[in-house]
Ligand binder design. Structure first.
Ligand SMILES: [Zn+2]
Length: 197
C-alpha cells in the first residue's frame, strides 16, 4: 500500500484514464507508459472501479514533476475528456436537453446541485461546496489530488476543466471556469469560479 493508506478515499477512474490519451497526444505514448508504469497504471486500470485517491494524487504529482512544460495542457485535456465522459454516460440525455433549453439562471443551479451530489467521484475525501452565481463558486477543501503540495500558482487544472466542460455544454457555451485560489498556494481551499456573463 502507498503511504497515506490510512485514507480510504477513492476517486473515479477518469482522473487516471483521461490523462492517457492526452499524454499520448501531447507527450507521446512512451512518455505516458514511463510515467504510468511505476505507479501501477500500465496497463491502464479498469474503467469501472474507483481508484485509491493517494495513487491518483501520485500520478498527477508525477506528471507535474516530470513534464513541467506540458502538465497543464495535459491536465486540461484530461479534464475536458472527463467532462465529455460524464456527458456521454452519467447525465441522461433528456436532462441535458432540458438544461440547454432553460435560461442559464435556471439551468446553472440544477447542474450545480447535480455536481455536488456526485462530487465524491472526483473529490475523494475532499469536501466540495458551492454557491450559486454567476459566478458559480465551488470550494474544494482538502483536495486530495494536491494534498501536501506547495506551488506558486494554482495547480488544479483538471478540476477546472471538468467544471468548464460541463457548464459550457449545459449552461451557456461561453461559460469559463478558473481556479482563483488553490490550497497548494496557501489558500484555505481550492476555489473555482464559473462565469458566463
Ligand atoms: Zn487547487
Amino acid at each position: 500500500m502507498p503511504d497515506g493508506s490510512h485514507l480510504t478515499g477513492r476517486i473515479g477512474p477518469n482522473a487516471v484514464l483521461q490523462l492517457a490519451p492526452a499524454m499520448d497526444r501531447i507527450a507521446g505514448e512512451a512518455a505516458r507508459r514511463a510515467l504510468f508504469a511505476p505507479l501501477g497504471f500500465d496497463p491502464l486500470p479498469d474503467a469501472t472501479a474507483m481508484i485509491d485517491e493517494t495513487r491518483v494524487a501520485a500520478l498527477h504529482q508525477a506528471l507535474r514533476r516530470n513534464h513541467p512544460d506540458a502538465a497543464r495542457a495535459i491536465a486540461i485535456a484530461a479534464g475536458r475528456g472527463t467532462g465529455d465522459y460524464i456527458l456521454a454516460h452519467r447525465i441522461p440525455h433528456a436532462a441535458q436537453a432540458l438544461l440547454r433549453a432553460l435560461p442559464a439562471r435556471l439551468a446553472a443551479p440544477i447542474l450545480t446541485r447535480a455536481i455536488l451530489a456526485h462530487g465524491w467521484t472526483f473529490c475523494g475525501t475532499g469536501t466540495l461546496a458551492a454557491r450559486s452565481g454567476p459566478p458559480v463558486v465551488f470550494t474544494l477543501s482538502d483536495n486530495p489530488i494536491i494534498r501536501g503540495e506547495m506551488a506558486p500558482a494554482p495547480l488544479c487544472h483538471w478540476h477546472a476543466a471538468v467544471f468548464e466542460r460541463l457548464y459550457s455544454r449545459l449552461v451557456p457555451p461561453k461559460a469559463r471556469a478558473r481556479e482563483t485560489a488553490c490550497h497548494a498556494t496557501g489558500a484555505p481551499a481550492c476555489r473555482f469560479e464559473i462565469d458566463w456573463r
